[in-house]
Design a protein around this ligand. Sequence first.
Ligand code: FES
Length: 151
Amino acid sequence: MYSEKVMDHFTNPRNVGEIEDANGIGQVGNAKCGDIMKMYLKIEDNIVVDAKFKTFGCGAAVATSSMATELVIGKTVEEAMKVTNKAVAEALDGLPPQKMHCSNLAEEAIAAALEDYRRKNGEAPNEAIDCTGCCCGCGHSHGFEEDSEEE
Ligand code: FES
C-alpha cells in the first residue's frame, strides 16, 4: 500500500521537534479526525535555513510532513510557497489515493508558517490558506486540492 519512502519517513521521520527561535510558525488541522500539524520555520535572508514539525496524525501525515521539511530547507520563501502537496507526494514515490489528503496537511502547515513569517515582516497575508471546508472529504479545513490539481 505504501512506498518504501513513505515507510522510511514514517518510521524515521526527519526534522521532528520545535525550533525555539522560529520566525514562522503555522498550525493546521482538524480535531474531527484528530490530525494536527505544527510547522516551525527558521528563515534567514529570505532562505528557509531550518524546518521542524510536530504532528498528531496518521502515518501518511507524518511521512508527508517529514518530506515537506526536507523539500523546503534551502529554498527561498517564494520557492517554498510553491511546494505543493503533489510535489511532496511525488517525492515520496506516491501515496494511495485515499491518503492524498494527508499531504495537504503538510502543504497547508508550510503555507501557514510562511504566512506567519510574511505577516511578521509586514507583508500581505496569503489569502490562499484562508480556506474552510475540506474538498476531499477527510474533514480537514484545508483547501489546496484545486490548486494542486491544476499542475
Ligand atoms: Fe491522514 Fe487526515 S487521515 S491527515
